[in-house]
Design a protein around this ligand. Sequence first.
Ligand code: ATP
Ligand code: MG
Length: 196
Amino acid sequence: MSTRRIGLFGGTFDPPHLGHLVVADQVRWTMGFDEVWLVVANDPWQKTVVRHITPAAQRFAMVEAALVESEGLVASAVELEEAGPSYSIDTLATLRERHPDTEWSLIVGHDAARGLPTWHRADELATVANFVVVNRPGADASLPAGWQFSTVDVPGLDISSTDLRRRLADGRSVRYLMPRGVIDLAASWGLYRPDS
Ligand code: ATP
Ligand code: MG
């Protein structure tokens, strides 16, 4: 049996946007991954303390909507199966057990890569995971020592969920920054309005 190679691209995806999709697709092609899975964090514990997070089921549905025409990109609900905080080290262990024939890499943008030492059981994660890091406009490109990184250059898109939430709250346009289906879904649920 040949080994499948899959990239795990974790995020809050509140909401998903074109920056996420370009990263996922470019990394898939450059690394030759069979698939890239967009892994929706159930409880992004480092963010929950700072701001209101859209319920995980709605963020997952938006990721599914974002991927309708995507080849090789998959929405993964693996972290939604467990209540409570989402830790990459546990997700990786779960997937390795479920799919012993698959080789996993974790995809992160430069801003996330710089935060890796603050992740749950970071010392252990550094020894068991291979990372693919991508450039992100505005993010410092230095990387923490002691982690295994490959780097992939992607066309820089200065798009963030934070900026999109602000635009939606202000009633400004988000067209061409988010997939059409995601815009429609968020609007139908009244997400990111100033009163929500
Ligand atoms: P927020 O502003 O709410 O933090 P975000 O746009 O950073 O949202 P996340 O869900 O936090 O999106 O990011 C998930 C992953 O995607 C992280 O590894 C992050 O670095 C990466 N990422 C997000 N947007 C981009 C982008 N425009 N270019 C490169 N990487 C990105
Ligand atoms: Mg972020």
